[in-house]
Design a protein around this ligand. Structure first.
Ligand code: TYM
Length: 362
């Protein structure tokens, strides 16, 4: 089983990223072959400062490794180190219906927030589909905000299969499945909306201690007085606490909410302590990684090599399927994923063969 996900280096990683995607992705390392990447091409749609993009990309790699990404199991790489993905995005864009992309929530939200309607922003889901399909991914761990993008990916893969799949059991692409955990699908931010850097309501994973405390203490609450009973289900403090605490601790806080007699300020202090302790081992690991200057670079180089191998094989198959010159010059029909009994598809051994160097003249 192949598992893939990406994260944009458009800012510093927050606990919404951690619980929505990073922690599930790290857990999935035990279950299959994992590919995780830093979506720097995507970040270009919102970040226009080259130094910040480079710095954020380095930071995402460092933070992901500190949080438990194991480079012996997972390939970690920059999206732009596999530029073939932009070729696949072009091919997918030739069959992508405008209407499908016009309905993308994330595109509409971005326009509503005042972002300029660029072609890149509009095509964002097509590039994301290419990211997923170019690795023959089976499972994509994400937060709920990415669900529609994966549905679009499945639609585009289906269209290519209908148009170019020569036999029903020889589709060009596998259809990926999202992996979304109900408990962490939308981590709330300081104001109770989805936590997001662009809403300014984020609590960062590796924020400075005073700043993190200040942010936790600024969580928006209602004006219930100390003695009043409080509704835990409607409280951002309780929802965030539940991410970090044990079952017994959650039950205990729930009872104190419902009983009254404890103010929100007290609950916020307890949340801060839990949150700060939770990330303590990761902060330590991060310091260790930082001491080895070339560690992250080496991990990214190895990850990109693995990712390129797969991407080359899949692109050879796609080029053959749509009628472009295959760069090895050979007939790649046999390298299609084979259909399994349950209607999903499995890559045949032929996909695993290493891509041959170009033998045709240009
Ligand atoms: P991005 O960078 O916005 O977020 C990275 C991951 O974090 C999840 N996430 C959250 N989950 C729960 N609650 C939150 N408040 C929260 N905020 C963020 C996101 O759902 C995401 O899983 N388009 C993607 C990047 C991408 C990608 C891909 C992902 C590019 N290509 C291919 C998967 C597969 C994005 O912007 O994620």
């Amino acid at each position: 089983m192949r598992i893939l996900s990406g994260i944009q280096p458009s800012g510093v990683l927050h606990i919404g990223n951690y619980f929505g995607m990073m922690r599930p992705a790290i857990e999935l390392q035990k279950e299959g072959e994992t590919f995780y990447f830093i979506a720097d091409y995507h970040a270009l749609t919102s970040l226009r400062d080259p130094e910040a993009l480079r710095e954020n990309s380095r930071r995402v790699a460092l933070d992901f490794l500190a949080c438990g990404l194991d480079p012996e199991r997972a390939a970690l790489f920059r999206q732009s180190d596999v530029p073939q993905v932009t070729e696949l995005a072009w091919i997918l864009s030739t069959i992508a219906p405008m209407g499908l992309l016009e309905r993308a929530h994330s595109y509409k939200d971005k326009l509503a927030r005042g972002m300029a309607a660029t072609v890149g922003l509009f095509n964002y889901p097509v590039l994301m589909a290419a990211d997923i399909l170019i690795y023959d991914s089976d499972i994509v761990p994400v937060g709920k905000d990415q669900k529609q993008h994966i549905e679009i990916t499945r639609d585009l893969a289906g269209k290519i299969n209908e148009t170019y799949g020569s036999e029903p059991d020889q589709p060009v692409f596998k259809l990926p499945e999202p992996r979304i955990h109900a408990k962490t699908e939308v981590v709330p931010g300081l104001d109770g909306q989805k936590m997001s850097k662009s809403y300014g309501n984020n609590i960062d994973i590796f924020g400075d201690e005073n700043e993190t405390r200040k942010r936790v203490m600024s969580i928006v609450t209602d004006s219930a007085p100390v003695e009043a009973p409080k509704d835990p289900e409607r409280s951002t403090i309780f929802k965030l606490y539940s991410l970090f605490a044990s079952k017994d601790e959650i039950t205990e806080m729930r009872e104190r909410f419902e009983k009254g007699g404890t103010g929100y300020g007290e609950f916020k202090k307890e949340l801060f302590v839990k949150l700060w302790d939770y990330f303590a081992p990761m902060r330590k690991r991060r310091e260790e990684i930082l001491r080895d200057k070339s560690y992250s670079d080496n991990v990214l180089a190895r990850g990109s090599e693995r990712a390129n191998q797969i991407a080359d094989q899949v692109m050879a198959r796609v080029r053959a399927a749509v009628g472009l010159r295959t760069r090895g010059g050979e007939d790649r029909q046999n390298s299609r994923p084979r259909a399994t009994g349950d209607g999903s598809v499995r890559a045949s051994n032929a996909i695993a063969e290493k891509h041959q160097p170009a033998s045709e003249s240009p």
